[in-house]
Design a protein around this ligand. Structure first.
Ligand SMILES: Nc1nc(=O)c2c([nH]1)NC[C@@H]1CN(c3ccc(C(=O)N[C@@H](CCC(=O)O)C(=O)O)cc3)CN21
Ligand SMILES: CC(C)C(=O)C(=O)O
Ligand SMILES: [Mg+2]
Length: 271
């Protein structure tokens, strides 16, 4: 295999500035990691959605730092070019000390290049604490699945103007605290565009419309095999890329191409 330049924070910024869409997918094992890397996925997430698609739970909240480290270790050597990002699981960043300890494990044991945590302004202090110590942070706004036991259901966030401006302010505060990336989940497309235009760091969306800098989906959703898809509860933003593909690598490459060209997301995937 030829030496290829790996994606890093600077490359994500370059892509944003150049208007090159960032293709992101979750990944939990070496077989898929090699396929995603070869297919040109830029940003690979070991997300706590593994609690749902790998462990079979109905929420993400039972996932541990050990689980995320385990799956990072499974994929890290298969990624030659793609950027490896890892979720900080539920309550693993409840204090500065816990956040730093968990991030240390994700980076040193798991090989993650960036950690992702859910929350708005209330996490700005943690983001700054990690960032000034050399931990790149992606701040995840909008639908925060780790709040499921307070929210009651996975639903679109930021629908009214008060909630939308609060989220836009949170995005600004998290950037000022040192976040190197933002992720917006399940927000109206116009809010996704508004936050992206105001941002100075790359903004990745999942169900956040076409106006963001990159798109994220859960691998098992695009392959049409995740439990939510199988039981007919596919979120609106999911597209089945196996429908037109003869094999998995072709489906993943079609997803990357659709993100790069802007064909995904189409209006029917947006809120
Ligand atoms: N397989 C899988 N895919 C995901 O995208 C995903 C996970 N798991 N687990 C963690 C979170 C949970 N996610 C979800 C789950 C359900 C909806 C959902 O049912 N959304 C409704 C919104 C209805 C509304 O408020 O209007 C939808 O119709 O899309 C959205 C995101 C996204 N993440
Ligand atoms: C859906 C993405 C954004 C995520 O956080 C996960 O896979 O856990
Ligand atoms: Mg997650």
């Amino acid at each position: 295999m030829d030496m290829v330049k790996s994606v890093n924070v600077a490359e994500l910024h370059r892509m944003r500035a150049a208007g090159e869409k960032i293709a992101c997918l979750t990944c939990y094992d070496a077989s898929f990691a090699l396929i995603e890397d070869r297919a040109g996925v830029d940003f690979v997430l070991v997300g706590d959605s593994l609690g749902m698609v790998i462990h079979g739970r109905s929420t993400t909240t039972a996932v541990t730092v050990d689980d995320i480290v385990y799956h990072c270790r499974a994929i890290k050597d298969s990624l030659k070019r793609a950027y490896l990002v890892a979720d900080l699981p539920f309550l693993s960043y409840a204090t500065r000390e816990r956040a730093l300890d968990a991030s240390q494990r994700l980076m040193q044991e798991g090989g993650a290049k960036m950690v992702k945590l859910e929350g708005g302004r209330e996490q700005a202090d943690i983001v700054e604490y990690l960032s000034v110590r050399g931990v790149p942070v992606c701040a995840h706004l909008g639908l925060q699945p780790q709040l499921i036991h307070k929210l009651g259901a996975f639903k679109v966030q930021g629908r009214d103007e008060a909630a939308a401006s609060a989220m836009a302010r949170d995005a600004r505060l998290l950037e000022e605290a040192g976040a190197d990336c933002l992720l917006l989940e399940c927000v109206p497309a116009d809010l996704g565009r508004r936050i992206t235009e105001a941002a100075t760091v790359p903004v990745i969306g999942i169900g956040a419309g076409a106006g963001v800098d990159g798109q994220m989906l859960v691998l098992q959703d695009i392959l049409n095999i995740s439990p939510m898809v199988t039981v007919g509860r596919s979120p609106r933003f999911v597209q089945n890329f196996m429908a037109q593909a003869s094999d998995i690598e072709t489906a993943v490459a079609a997803y990357v191409q659709a993100v790069k060209s802007g064909a995904y997301p189409a209006v029917e995937h947006c809120f």
